[in-house]
Design a protein around this ligand. Sequence first.
Ligand code: COA
Length: 483
Amino acid sequence: MPTKARKKSKAAAKKSAKKSAKKSAKKIVSLRAKRPAAAVAKNGLPRASTRPWGGAGRALDGVRILDFTHVQSGPTCTQLLAYMGADVIKVERPGVGDVTRGQLRDVKGADSLYFTMLNGSKRSITIDSKHPKGKEILDRLVQQCDVLVENFAPGALDRMGLTFEHINKLNPRMIVASVKGFGPGPYEDCKVYENVAQCAGGAASTTGFRDGPPLVSGAQIGDSGTGLHLALGIVAALYQRVRTGRGQRVLCAMQDGVLNLARVKLRDQQRLKHGPLTEYSQYGEGVPFGAATPRAGNDSGGGQPGWILKCKGWENDPDAYVYFITQAPVWGAICDLICKPQWKTDPDYATPPARLPRLRSIFDTIEQWTMTMTKFEVMEICNKHDVPVGPILSMKEIAEEKSLRSTGTVVEVDHPTRGKYLTVGNPIKLSDSPPDVRRSPLLGEHTDEILRKVLAYSDQDIAAIKSSGAITAPDKPAKAEAA
Ligand code: COA
């Protein structure tokens, strides 16, 4: 092509691209303007809805989340926000996706339960965040979303070019929320997983039995616990934005989140200066305390002594146990139940301080009684007398528990490749915001839909994006880690 003609055609292409971008931008603005506006009363405040409870949408309707999370801590947070109505757009690496899609796989070829139970009610788009076109799409998403949530290793988001300054320039209203292992300090660059956080946050050193090693908990207090903290931070930042009109950074370090949940142990650390921790069974056993809060076995963390006791069938059923609390106001009722009415007036047993040195033998006696019944029978009898007890429920029992199904805490959803599975619904119940619990998305299931409807790309733009390689896996896709 002669130079003049080439120049002319280049200029025409540039003009058409500019026109298309302008058109798309206009379309984006109009898409955003369609979001529901609250009806405003004369005093400028939203009018109270007259719709029936639960009929006025969901708490986070209209909030759009750019979900850059993976593994567990971040996904827990965004799943909760999705349950409450936020439009959560999960960005995943083309051909690979969140690494958990392939971890602990139980059904060949299907997304694992690890993934599906943490990514319900979200949409999935695949974008290579290091591809120039991918970066362009991400910038557009930043302009369209209210919150960016991420839990990459320290520095990874910046390396993608998504620094806070860049994001804030594109969208000053955007809230950028992160989970990291540690806050600023000597460990800030470390990668962190659940059990590292449980150890670094003080939970492991205070869990387990005195004569055994530190123990981690089955509850994912490092990952899911921090995800919960982050969700609260995001909602608070959204609320503050109503006043200030601007976003901010929200950071939750897993070490901090675990410590927040283990705060009673920091309480006990300080109490140690003033004498032994009398509610710990080691006090009654005459074992001296050391310099740090010890492991307390199954002692209750509060002022009411408690312990786990065997029930009928314990020889064959590892979960035939009950947690029993000897709360002072119902001590008389306990004495009657276990046929020790004389303990009500015996000075060695009648008061909480008198009982402290002999808690172990008291619980042994109560156990002789609980072993004659199932854990559910113990619960029924004790609750009639306001004696607090908790049956040790297995995951099998929880999965089958009808009341948890009817409250929506355990939900069965259907998935196109793995079939029906159970997931944990929203444990936070809002009376005017019915939960939205849906299956997790397939990898890139909503890529087209998001490009078109959220980002207002035209068919032509989408075809160009597809051929650029920004949203599709490279020829030899890296395999998701299979457990
Ligand atoms: N396109 C292209 N690259 C992508 C991508 C996408 N869509 N999504 C992620 N990546 C890249 C990142 O940019 C990063 O690349 P870089 O290292 O070159 O910057 C890379 O994938 C890996 O990300 P990273 O977060 O380092 O993953 P990891 O598997 O090495 O580490 C954790 C995993 C969980 C240890 C780490 O992310 C971490 O410490 N997170 C913070 C704490 C946390 O949440 N831990 C709990 C997890 S449940």
